[in-house]
Design a protein around this ligand. Structure first.
Ligand code: CDP
Ligand code: MG
Length: 739
């Protein structure tokens, strides 16, 4: 990020230099107005003509020349040196030796599988080779490279823009949900999430603007990647000129080749140093503590340099670990060498992510606390020690109960082997596994379970139906989802009104596809704008939905702060949804001020992202005519109706299967035929805090956005439903039988 900024600076300086030089030749000094001395201001417009303000001053120009030119020349020299190093680095990557044979193999084959050790240069180099080989036909076509993770797409794009010496967002860009950094007329190389390419099928079913598509990290087997491979398999016969490259870690490669009628596998041998694997003798009850102890053992006994990479399961765990590490390091003070702690997880604000790539200063050790994002998607140089508790957080959907939840589960053997490999990139390394050798051989599954077998398929089924794929059973997929999982998705879409009773997609269903979010949210927005008894709350609902997309990082970091800044509203605000709405609106009323965020311990950058998501959802609703309908409704209401019941009802219409009912032993879910599962309000919820202080009575029904299983099953982002009849009103065919 910072590097990119300084490039921008340099580019501007270069423009200044050009401008200064050209003014010497063509423009008289009188044409340049400089405000006294060195404190001048300059503005660049598109043509990079400088415009100075203030009185003219003949003496300034020579000064400009001597000081600024010299500084610029130095900077340009440094830039030259930097570009030189980049070229050298590029050529030192294992994939470089295979550049020519790769390109000729690509020429011969429409589909190819590329397998290589992580860090060998597949993601950053392959797309550049294709550009260099002329596949974009002077900017007529694009090259897409998909990534399962947003962080990978943005950070790799930044890196490649740098290597190609262009400004990010022009020739090289990225496209992730709610954040499109590309220029349609200019961008030739686009890193994007697999989900974004999937959406592009809707607008352009043959992906005509692409000359090559690289499905990167295919071994991750995300839902979007699997569906993309199916759709691509379908269009390849019609798009003979399209090149498809599937890049993968070694696991699964044969399966991909098989799927594409025995496509060739190109192997890029990596360089990898030996990694010593250590196991614990007994299973560790608290792997987080064990990991922290191990970090200090390594730090105090092993020589520098040698950074540590720790694999944890998510933001909360990473924050907790960071806090403990900082506290312990603080107590030990100067008895230990300094440690730099660098967290990385999907929701970490982008500007903080680059810290993991910063070179570790001398006499210092970097400790990277990462989710499995660092398993294959990101390569961090300088890692010598890997600490691996062997867990991963996974989405898990059980069709029989209709429940979707995030679970912490043991990784597969393939994953822990990948993780260990991260220690052997710069030299011999060590991997400390916080589980037993017996467990490795007897308890871990050989491969991770593909997402398509463990997730709610509603969104994908809707997308396929909208693309005209009606035969879901025969649609080509690497692994076919179970019939109950497909039926559940169809049932869910029917309940939402996206499908009619014959299983055909409805107008509402098509509308839901247009939204850049799950169909359930699309339904909520549609209801808020159009439904008889709730219309007129589209704006409120969009704000809440935008906030729900960023909940992980809205409130200040650290648990105490997060709870602290809710304390003043406990008992006054009925739900997390309304709290989000009020938080955003207060910020908006303060003119989106940064200091308001600071005072209220709210993350400014996150709110800026929320605002951006909100704008995009609003535009989308406008395009679909919902904004106009909503405005009519608002006018009719004359501003005197309470919005809250209408907001609650709108959410009921989109999330009928996310509702829990209060029984003798607390809340339990209602999706299942038999009984349901006990669930509790999560302690971070405003509802939990209000209930604990006895400031409100629990409602008989409560809507939740997510279930998380930690010590028990928790509901996050809770919306109490004050009146039971709203359920019957909003989703009659769903709640008649069940409640
Ligand atoms: O895709 P693959 O794992 O084969 O490798 P890559 O991501 O293309 O990385 C090649 C090299 O680029 C590695 O040595 C990384 O350390 C470096 N890289 C970087 O410095 N910064 C990034 N944002 C991405 C890659
Ligand atoms: Mg890669």
């Amino acid at each position: 990020q910072t590097e990119n900024k300084s490039r921008q600076q340099l580019w501007e300086n270069q423009q200044l230099r050009n401008a200064v030089q050209s003014t010497k030749g063509e423009v008289g000094v009188d044409d340049i107005h400089v405000e006294g001395g060195q404190d001048y201001e300059f503005v660049f417009d598109d043509e990079a003509i400088i415009e100075f303000t203030g009185d003219s001053n003949e003496d300034v120009l020579p000064e400009l020349e001597s000081e600024y030119d010299q500084k610029l020349i130095n900077e340009l020299d440094r830039e030259q040196a930097r570009l030189q190093t980049i070229q050298e680095t590029r050529q030192s990557l294992p994939v470089y030796r295979f550049r020519d044979s790769l390109l000729s193999a690509i020429k011969e084959n429409q589909v190819m599988i590329i397998v290589g050790e992580t860090g060998s240069g597949k993601t950053t180099q392959l797309p550049q080779y294709l550009v260099e080989d002329g596949y974009t036909k002077n900017g007529k076509f694009q090259i897409a490279c998909t990534q399962p993770r947003r962080v990978a797409a943005t950070s790799v794009a930044t890196r490649v823009a740098d290597e190609m010496n262009v400004v990010l967002g022009k020739e090289v860009g990225y496209s992730i949900r709610f954040d499109d950094k590309t220029t349609p007329e200019k961008t030739i190389l686009k890193y994007m999430t697999d989900g974004m390419l999937l959406r592009e099928f809707m607008a352009d079913p043959e992906l005509k603007k692409y000359a090559c598509i690289i499905i990167d990290e295919a071994h991750e087997r995300t839902l979007a990647t699997d569906v993309l491979l199916g759709l691509l398999k379908d269009i390849l016969p019609h798009r003979k000129d399209l090149k498809l490259l599937i890049s993968s870690a070694t696991m699964n490669a044969a399966k991909f080749a098989d799927f594409f009628y025995d496509a060739p596998i190109f192997n890029v041998p990596g360089r990898r140093f030996p990694v010593d694997i250590h196991y614990t003798l007994q299973p560790e009850a608290n792997y987080l503590n064990a990991a922290i102890t191990t970090i200090f053992q390594i730090h105090t006994t092993q020589a520098l340099p040698g950074d540590i990479l720790v694999f944890l399961t998510g933001q909360e765990e990473i924050e907790a670990a960071q806090q403990s590490l900082e506290e312990i390091a603080h107590v030990l003070g100067s008895k230990i060498k300094p440690m730099i702690i660098a967290p990385i997880y999907a929701n970490l604000p982008q500007e903080q992510q680059s810290k993991i790539f910063d070179k570790t200063p001398k006499d210092c050790r970097k400790v990277v606390l990462a989710t499995n994002i660092a398993e294959t998607s990101l390569t961090i140089d300088g890692i010598k020690y890997v600490i691996d508790p062997g867990f991963v957080k996974e989405n898990s959907f059980v069709a029989a109960t209709g429940m979707s939840q995030l679970l912490t589960v043991p990784c597969s053997r393939a994953s822990v082997d990948q993780r260990a490999g991260r220690a052997g990139r710069v030299g011999p390394g060590k991997c400390f596994r916080i589980f037993t050798k017996w467990s490795y051989f007897n308890e871990l599954d050989p491969l991770p379970k593909p997402e398509i077998l463990r997730t709610n398929l509603s969104q994908v089924v809707l997308l396929l139906l909208s693309l005209g794929v009606t035969d879901l059973i025969d649609f080509p997929l690497l692994d076919k989802p179970s019939i109950p999982a497909l039926s559940k998705a169809l049932e869910n879409l029917y309940v939402l009104g996206a499908l009619n009773s014959k299983g055909a997609i409805t107008r509402l269903g098509r509308m839901m596809c247009e939204f850049p979010c799950e169909p359930d949210f699309g339904k909520v927005m549609h209801t808020a704008a159009t439904h008889g008894s709730c219309k007129g709350v589209l704006e409120e609902v969009i704000t809440i939905i935008a906030m729900l997309h960023e909940t992980a990082s809205i409130f200040a970091q650290g648990k105490a702060d997060r709870e602290g800044n809710k304390s003043s509203v406990v008992g006054k605000v009925s739900s997390d949804h309304i709290l989000y709405l009020e938080t955003f609106n207060s910020w908006k009323d303060m003119n989106y001020s940064r200091s308001w965020c600071f005072d209220h311990k709210v993350q400014y950058k996150t709110l800026v992202r929320v605002r951006n998501i909100r704008d995009q959802l609003w535009k989308c609703c406008d395009k679909l005519g919902l904004v106009a309908l909503n405005e009519q409704a608002v006018e009719q209401l004359n501003g005197d109706d309470n919005a809250e019941p209408r907001i609650v009802k709108s959410f009921i219409s989109g999330f009928p299967s996310n509702i829990a009912k209060l029984g003798a032993s607390g809340y339990h879910t209602m999706g299942a035929q038999q009984g349901g599962v006990n669930v509790s309000v999560h302690p971070t919820s405003i509802v939990f805090q209000s209930l604990r202080k006895d400031m409100v009575k629990p409602t008989r029904f409560i809507l939740y956005q997510r279930l998380v299983l930690t010590s028990k099953e928790f509901m996050r982002d809770c919306l109490p439903i004050p009146r039971e009849e709203w359920l019957h009103e909003m989703v009659p065919h769903y709640f008649k039988a069940k409640s």
